[in-house]
Design a protein around this ligand. Sequence first.
Ligand code: SF4
Ligand code: SF4
Length: 200
Amino acid sequence: MSNHDPHQPIVLGDEPEGIRRDLQQHSKTNFMRCLQCRACSSGCPVYFAMDLGPNRIIRLLQLGQFEQAMQNSTIWICVGCDTCSSNCPMAIDIPAVMDVLRQYALDMNASIPTPDIIGLHNEILASIERYGRTHKLEIMLRYKVKNKPWFEDMDIGIKMLSKRKLHLFPSKVKTTEDIREIFRTAKPISWPSEKRHEHI
Ligand code: SF4
Ligand code: SF4
């Protein structure tokens, strides 16, 4: 169930330009063109679980409310499926924006509404590094071993196995070495240092 409160007021930020420019450069998208048409949120498959829809995250960024955007569950719930950017009439790459916000949030130790979700993100990345794609069953088992919600969602897992939505064994892409090289050479994105003490 969403905690989304559409009546929550948005307050204008006071010194947003440098951070906004940095965010746009790293995500390679100009979210200032957003029209607030909400096509992104209406098509998002996990909107029901988010605090705010993707359109409201973009709105916060337009208004310079980076702290609110970073402390929101939405950026961690987003699965990067690209449905929103395919629907966007302004071709805004919303998953890329979410990705940069997650890295800013980690760099700034921002408070995260559901902290265990970082463990899930780490398992997904580790799976991609190992196989070049995700092996969902292994991700779920590794996550459960570390976080110990042993029987939570067990019924869903059994249903997915019976419908062959989960594979028992992983499959690998042929270019796993290239994928690992990307992981070795990727540099994390940091919060713009000159603004470090002004926010959060
Ligand atoms: S679909 Fe694009 S233009 Fe419309 S609200 Fe979402 S980000 Fe903004
Ligand atoms: S990329 Fe994220 S915000 Fe966009 S539709 Fe998928 S889950 Fe929703």
